[in-house]
Design a protein around this ligand. Structure first.
Ligand code: F0G
Length: 351
């Protein structure tokens, strides 16, 4: 049987690598595309989930990071740096560690999920908590990379986008063509940029007959692209997308406009509703930010903005295990029983 070799080997001819590039991989990509039966029923469409939480460090960031770290190694970098709401730092820490580099990560104080902090720590990153938000961290990371010997591996590094575009390739390879609509959460706006690039490349080469309409969703408390202005103090429970001044802002607008799509927003309440539905009905446990794509799709369907019968792919970007607080908080406490079948059966409603 074919063993997936990671995105660089699988899509080598479509990525800026050469024989001289040392490939640093953890086998990222090749993630499941799951037919979502309940969402299909609710929307009257054919809905699929691209489950990016199945990547080695539990998010889509690994696709870009295998490229960024491989290229940094090729160029002789000894250290890399990123600003992060958590997932980029977890990924940089893992791939940097594997490449024998020092990974420095800047995270907003108190605003990253515990699982992501644990990943950065155990993979051996040097972590600084910054007294500010993600946007402040990114300004600082850019400054350090310009003035000190350290390579920036945020998605403003174009090879990150190159790696991330492979998710669009996988979807077309699997479905046989591009979907009608592609939906994803938007934070720093690198991923929507990457998917759009991937879809355009496949369409230009005749591998897909068309490109999808791109739908991006921000959290309503962190919605600069929707408002058309920087959000100075972004706020949402979806900490991964708590971003007020996205680096790839103009590229996200281009993806929206060229594809005839939209960038809208969803409330934290809508995000949590989609989060629970994904876990309880579709069997897919994602982190809150990832549920923004599905929340947006459901809202569009409820508002009558979604024509029936379309083929839709929603990217769910990160694994729910990274940030289980909302899973536990929203559920009743399990009851304790003695080691007794009758008592257990009664509690389970079997007796
Ligand atoms: N979903 C998750 C789980 C994320 O971690 C991110 C971004 C996004 C969606 C949004 O993607 O930024 O390309 O628009 N996380 C970054 C980080 C900012 O630092 O991990 P985007």
């Amino acid at each position: 049987a074919h063993q997936w070799r990671g995105i660089i080997e699988e899509y080598r001819d479509r990525l800026p690598v050469s024989e001289a590039t040392p490939v640093v991989t953890l086998g990222e990509g090749g993630t499941p595309l799951v037919h979502a039966e309940v969402l299909s029923e609710l929307t009257g469409c054919e809905v699929h989930l691209k489950v990016e939480g199945a990547n080695p460090t539990g998010s889509f960031k690994d696709r870009g990071m295998t490229m960024a770290i491989s290229k940094a190694k090729e160029e002789g970098a000894k250290a890399v740096i990123c600003a992060s709401t958590g997932n980029t730092s977890a990924s940089a820490a893992a791939y940097g560690g594997k490449a024998g580099m020092v990974s420095a990560v800047l995270v907003p104080q108190g605003k990253i999920a515990l699982g992501k902090m644990g990943q950065a720590l155990v993979h051996g990153a040097k972590i600084l908590q910054v007294d500010g938000n993600f946007d402040d961290c990114l300004v600082l990371a850019r400054n350090l990379s310009e003035n000190y010997p350290v390579a920036l591996v945020n998605s403003v590094n174009p090879v990150r986008i190159e790696g991330q575009k492979t998710a669009a390739f996988e979807i077309v390879d699997r479905l046989g063509d591009a979907p009608d609509i592609h939906v994803l959460p938007v934070g720093n706006a690198g991923n929507i940029t990457a998917y759009w690039k991937g879809y355009k490349e496949y369409a230009a080469d005749g591998i897909a007959t068309h490109t999808p309409v791109m739908w991006g969703f921000q959290a309503s408390g962190a919605n600069p692209i929707v408002r058309g202005e920087v959000v100075k103090d972004p706020s949402t429970i979806a900490t991964a997308i708590r971003i007020g001044n996205p680096a790839s802002w103009s590229y996200a607008e281009a993806a929206r406009d060229e594809s005839g799509g939209l960038i809208s927003d969803v409330t934290d309440r809508q995000i949590l509703r989609a989060y629970k539905l994904l876990a309880s009905r579709e069997g897919v446990f994602v982190e809150p930010a990832s549920a923004a794509s599905v929340a947006g799709l459901l809202a569009a369907a409820e508002d009558g903005k979604l024509a029936k019968g379309q083929r839709v792919v929603c990217t769910v970007t990160g694994n729910g295990l990274k940030d289980p607080d909302w899973a536990v908080a929203g559920a009743p406490q399990p009851v304790t029983v003695p080691i007794d079948a009758a008592a257990a059966a009664e509690r389970l409603g079997l007796a």
